[in-house]
Each structure stands twice: as C-alpha cells, then as structure tokens.
Ligand binder design. Structure first.
Ligand code: 2U9
Length: 358
C-alpha cells in the first residue's frame, strides 16, 4: 500500500507539473492509456488471490479515481486559461462603421402600376392580361383600324418576320388587343383594366420604342359618357391625391372610339414647379371615348344592346407628372443613382386606405 501512496504522489505531481494541455495529454496516456501504468496494474489483478485482489483492487480504483479527477481539473484549468487568453486578444471593435445599406428600390413604373391597380381595383375593375406579340386582327382590325392606317406601316410598328401563311405578327402597339380578347371570351358586364409594355417605332426626347400603357374598358347596357367622366374624375383625384381637380374633355379622334376625347386636368406652373388641381393651366393626361360600334361588332356584340367606354394613358407620363421626373428616357437607363433617387421601398404597398404613396 505504501507503494500505491508513493505512486499517487508521483502521478499527482506529474499532473500538476504538466506545463500545457499537450503535456497533460501525454501524462494521461502514460497512466490511463491502453498500456498505461494504472491500466497495467489493473490487468495484474487477475493473477492475485481473491483476498489480496479485493483490498488491492479497491485501493487501485481509489488511486485511479484520484488521478482521473486531477487530470480533469488540470484540463479544465488549461481550457479556461485558453478561453481567457482569446477573450483578452479578440475584441469586437464597436467603433467600426456599419456596412453600406444595399437595399434595392422599386422602379417608379412598378410603383405606378401598383397605385393604378389599387385605385381601379377599389372601383371594381379586374386586371386582364395578354401577349406582347399580337396578330393583325387583335392589334388593328378588331379595333377598327382601316387598311391604309399609318399605324400599320413598317415605320410606325415593329413587325415580326412573315409567317408561312403570309401573315405578320406585331409587337403590340397598345394594350387594347387585351380588351378585344376579353370581350371575345366573356359576356358583359365587363369592367377591366389592362396594363403593360407596348411598342412603337419611335425614339426621341419624348418617345421610347417601348413604353407602358394602362387602359380601361367598361361594357354593359346603358353605358354613357357620364359614366366615363365620373370614372376618370375618381381616378385622377385618387391618383394625384387632390380633391376637385378641374377637367376638360377636348374632342379628338381614335379609330376605336366614337365620340373620342382627350382629357386635360387643371394645373399651375410656378417657378418650374407643377401643381395639379390648381391654377389656370391645362395638362393633357389621357385619351378616352365610347367604344366604336364596329369594335363591338368585331367582338360579336350588338351595339344596340350594349355600349361601353374606354380610356388609355401612358404610365411613364403619369409617373413623370406625379413624381417630378423630367426626362422619359431615364426610365430605361438602369442607372442605379436614378433608381435610388426616384425608386420606392418595396414594402410600401400602395392601398387607398393605407395610403397610395409614402
Ligand atoms: C377597346 C376599345 C377602345 C382605349 C383608348 C385611348 C383612348 C388613348 C393613348 C393615351 C396615351 C395611348 O399611351 S398613349 O399613347 N390612348 O388615347 N386609348 S381610348 O380604347 C379602347 C381600347 C380597347 C376594345
């Protein structure tokens, strides 16, 4: 037993003298490992007689527990010391400036689309969609464009290569073919808006080859121009967020409406600033009219039974007027500085109750 006490003193000294975690591990292996000293002694128990094994075995187990406890304690001390050293050396520099904000913004056209949908949606209009590539019937013929109309010329419209049957499809020049498709596939009453990309061979200060339109169509029995005026007044006041906007309907001409009108709204221009709804100036914002009987007939409707009104406007134009964007061409430059300036937060979804714009 004295031998075991000597061994205990020696092993505990080896544990407490180990200078670091690696040295401690070597001590552990030399004592408790497969061929370690205590392991060897444990193996020797088998050769002893039962009485000796009982007393010596108990003492050996006690020694083993003492050494294991000492090893664990020293190991924990090394780990604590290592952690403290890291905490001491690795500091978080709270004075570092934050990373730049890289949130994207919603393009003014997307914002305007959301606003227009919120307004007409509240008024009971549905949204209709159609293809960007259209056939001659839906883009021109059904809309009462006569055979020699300038819009049917190559220099006004983008035509696709001729098909096998000799027909040529076009990039839609307006969203009106969507309403033709709606009228063909449904029965009145119809209340739809269509919006999206439209294409014309035009490129200068105030025209881009691709631009966006919003059009509306209402077909029902006993529809008249009073309904058209009321609907447009409601829209203009909601969109520009002003009440009692003066409006004038000037006679005009479109193949697909009769009578047709262009609509101006009252505005003032002071020091280069445009204010909608006040002053004695006028600003043209949209075209409209009663759906031409030929258009109703082309869709299989009887003009003596149903009537309708329609209107159309350029989304870029109404966005420019509301948000003070001076140049149309900048809409499609993809200039990030422009987008950051004129863009909108993507979580600010426009609603009439929650607010159209923030
Ligand atoms: C159907 C019948 C009639 C849609 C209309 C206008 C007047 C109009 C222009 C405004 C500016 C186009 O973007 S713009 O260049 N549009 O003036 N659009 S009435 O009339 C329709 C549409 C579909 C079946």
């Amino acid at each position: 037993m004295d031998k075991l006490d000597e061994l205990r003193a020696e092993l505990l000294a080896a544990v407490s003298d180990a200078p670091d975690a690696d040295a401690l591990e070597k001590v552990r292996v030399a004592v408790m490992g497969k061929k370690g000293r205590i392991t060897d002694m444990m193996k020797g128990l088998g050769q002893m007689d039962p009485d000796e094994r009982r007393t010596f075995g108990a003492a050996l187990n006690a020694l083993k527990d003492d050494v294991a406890t000492a090893l664990d304690g020293r190991k924990a001390a090394f780990e604590t010391a290592a952690l403290n050293a890291r905490l001491e050396s690795e500091r978080v520099d709270v004075s570092l400036t934050a990373r730049p904000d890289s949130d994207g913004t919603l393009h003014p056209i997307s914002q305007t689309i959301d606003e227009v949908i919120a307004i007409f949606g509240q008024m009971g209009f549905e949204l209709a969609e159609g293809p960007d590539i259209e056939d001659d019937f839906h883009n021109f013929t059904a809309l009462n464009f006569p055979p020699g109309h300038p819009a049917r010329e190559m220099h006004d419209t983008f035509f696709l290569p001729e098909r096998e049957d000799g027909s040529r499809h076009v990039l839609r020049t307006h969203t009106s073919p969507v309403q033709i498709r709606t009228m063909q596939s449904r029965k009145p009453p119809i209340r739809v808006i269509c919006l999206g990309r439209t294409y014309r061979c035009d490129s200068d200060m105030t025209h881009t080859p691709m631009f966006h339109q919003i059009e509306g169509l209402v077909i029902d029995t006993n529809i008249n121009m009073g309904h058209l005026k009321g609907c447009l007044k409601e829209f203009v006041e909601a969109y520009f967020e002003v009440s009692d906007v003066p409006m004038q309907f000037r006679p005009s001409f479109f193949p697909f409406t009769e009578p047709s009108a262009e609509v101006d709204i009252g505005c003032s221009r002071k020091n280069g600033e445009l204010k909608i709804g006040e002053g004695d100036g006028w600003l043209e914002i949209l075209g409209c009219g009663m759906v031409h009987p030929n258009v109703l007939k082309a869709c299989g409707y009887d003009p003596n039974e149903v009537q309708g009104f329609a209107f159309g406007m350029g989304l870029e134009r109404i966005a420019m007027l509301k948000y003070g964007i001076p140049d149309l061409r900048t809409f499609f430059d993809s200039d990030l500085r422009w987008l950051r300036h004129y863009g909108f937060g993507c979580l600010d979804v426009p609603t009439l109750t929650g607010g159209l714009t923030r």
